[in-house]
Design a protein around this ligand. Structure first.
Ligand code: FRU
Length: 530
């Protein structure tokens, strides 16, 4: 199969080609309760995620002037709990000749950048300047700085931008972290050469001058351009007191469910180079006209590499800098470039996934990320339904609490399916539903949204997502968060995650679980979340 190395999604071109003449429709009942959306504009990737002085800052790719991609700037929201967000003024605006693409933010506590003072150290944002005409660097992508002296609310672009330029057209999405090193701490930057499917690593003492360290890739999933990387340490569950490193690489298209997706590698970082563990690296090799120079087929690369999420709608996932608590807090953009600019919401378009707290866990196949949704503290108090040890009547739906009008819902269940398939109908009005199935024979969990409501707005939206899930001791455990426009499934304690948008219609509020002979519902909890 010929390998397509062209970039199918060229964001810079999309504004001109979109049909903006369609009739506008307000959809307030589609506004998610728990997922961040901008009030009336477009957003894509989360940017500059940082916890600072008691606030989580979520910057994001934003079009301040409309609800389609364009005029890329950093929008801004803050939260004290990662669940309820307040929108603020645009943080870093685009200019004529320069779009502000994705990037990250750090607190420069020792004022290494000299962009603040010792008394007033700065927050520093590192973002991609995507230069366009009439800028003299038009056609290039290079890395730039902006700084804030008021805790992240107002930003000044550094006069010496760009600070890192490889004369490349697709060098973007810098993520910077502070690296502890016996010889002295330093700033580590990971970014991508997107078309080459490479992560490039640089180091700096002052955030202004960058020294090349190494590169990683192409490896594992390479069916699309690599974007929005992240690299961070997590405790090694197999060697107490030691760390392993996780490299996130988002890619578009070429995701496991089609279109945009995110893969990860577990390995070590020695201050210069990232080396993936054996169990984490499936295939390496450059991309050339005839395909990857490796004997691992593209299909196997897709099926067997490590995916952050197996749904259609989790992209550009990156982590918060300096977040308190254990593990690493991740957040993704809850959409897919396949159809993102056509999703039927108005006046806003697109939102973020729930924040997810990720940790490494030991499995027979090696270390893997397990993710838990970050939820409102009040959630557990508002129980709608609870059941224990229910023998399911074969073929008879067991009714679950209806979906609420003005809240989100969490369904946690532990079920022993026995030999026959299980079916969980969500957002059900008797005809339309988002259908979760588990086939014990195949060991496959699926989410079918083909009849889940409004699916006709784009030919690629109606889809069935499938992922292998192994019950532990015969028990399938699902933690499902339903919001007005989405289904997020965390299976087997977050070892498998699946996120899909669903645009349900009026009256789609029912839910039920059906099993075959011998199926037992060990436990069920349904909670309101608001
Ligand atoms: C990923 C991406 C990034 C880029 C940004 C532009 O979704 O294409 O690579 O920085 O979006 O909005």
């Amino acid at each position: 199969m010929p390998f397509n190395v062209s970039m199918p999604h060229n964001p810079c071109a999309s504004l001109d080609t979109l049909d903006l003449t369609r009739v506008r429709f307000e959809t307030p009942d589609r506004r998610p309760v728990l997922h961040y959306t901008a009030a009336s504009t477009w957003l894509n990737d989360p940017n500059g995620l940082i916890y600072h002085h008691g606030l989580y800052h979520l910057y994001y790719q934003n079009n301040p002037f409309g609800n389609v991609w364009g005029n890329m700037s950093w929008g801004h929201a803050t939260s004290v709990d990662l669940v309820h967000w307040d929108e603020h003024a645009v943080a870093i605006p685009c200019e004529d000749g320069e779009a502000i693409f994705s990037g990250s933010a750090v607190f420069d506590a020792r004022n290494t950048s000299r962009l603040g003072t010792a008394e007033q150290p700065p927050l520093v944002a590192i973002y991609t300047s995507a230069y366009e005409a009439p800028h003299p660097l038009a056609g290039r992508q290079a890395q730039s700085l902006a700084y804030s002296l008021d805790g992240g609310f107002t930003w000044t672009k550094f006069a010496g931008n760009p600070v890192l330029d490889r004369a490349s057209s697709d060098f973007r999405d810098p993520k910077v972290i502070r690296c502890q090193d016996p010889a002295g701490d330093f700033w580590l930057l990971v970014a991508v050469e997107a078309l080459e499917r490479k992560v490039v690593l640089y180091r700096s003492e002052n955030l202004r001058d960058w020294e090349f360290l190494s590169e990683f890739g192409p490896a594992n999933a390479i069916g699309g351009v690599w974007e929005c990387p992240d690299l961070f340490p997590l405790p090694d569950p197999e060697r107490p007191g030691r760390q392993k490193w996780v490299l996130l690489v988002n890619l578009n298209p070429g995701g496991v469910a089609g279109g945009s997706g995110g893969q990860y590698f577990v390995g070590d970082f020695d201050g210069v180079r990232f080396t993936p563990d054996h169990g984490s690296l499936l295939a390496e090799g450059p991309v050339d006209a005839d395909g990857p120079a490796s004997d691992v087929s593209p299909a196997r690369r897709l099926a067997d590499c490590l995916w952050l999420d197996h749904g259609r709608d989790c992209y550009a996932t990156v982590s918060f800098d300096s977040a308190p608590g254990e593990g690493r807090v991740l957040i993704g953009w809850m959409s897919n470039w396949d159809y993102a600019v056509q999703t039927p919401t108005d006046p806003w378009r697109s939102g973020m996934t729930l924040a997810r707290r990720a940790a490494l866990v030991s499995t027979p196949d090696g270390l893997r990320l397990a993710q838990q949704p970050v939820l409102p503290e009040s959630g557990a108090g508002q129980r709608l339904q609870r059941a224990r040890d229910v023998a399911l009547e074969p073929g008879e739906p067991f009714a679950l609490a209806d979906f609420p009008d003005d809240a989100a819902q969490r369904i946690r269940l532990a079920v022993r399916p026995d030999a026959a398939p299980l079916t969980l109908r969500l957002f059900d009005d008797g005809e339309r539903a988002a259908v979760v199935r588990y086939s014990p024979e195949e060991g496959v969990l699926s989410l079918d949204r083909r009849s889940s409501g409004d699916v006709a707005f784009h030919e690629k939206f109606a889809s069935v997502e499938r992922v292998r899930v192994a019950p532990s001791d015969g028990v399938l455990r699902l933690d499902i968060i339903l919001d007005r426009g989405s289904v997020e499934i965390f299976a087997q304690d977050g070892l498998v995650v699946l996120t899909d948008l669903v645009f349900r219609g009026p009256g789609q509020v029912g839910a039920s679980l059906t099993g075959g002979a011998g199926a037992v519902l060990d436990s069920l909890e349904v909670d309101l979340l608001s």
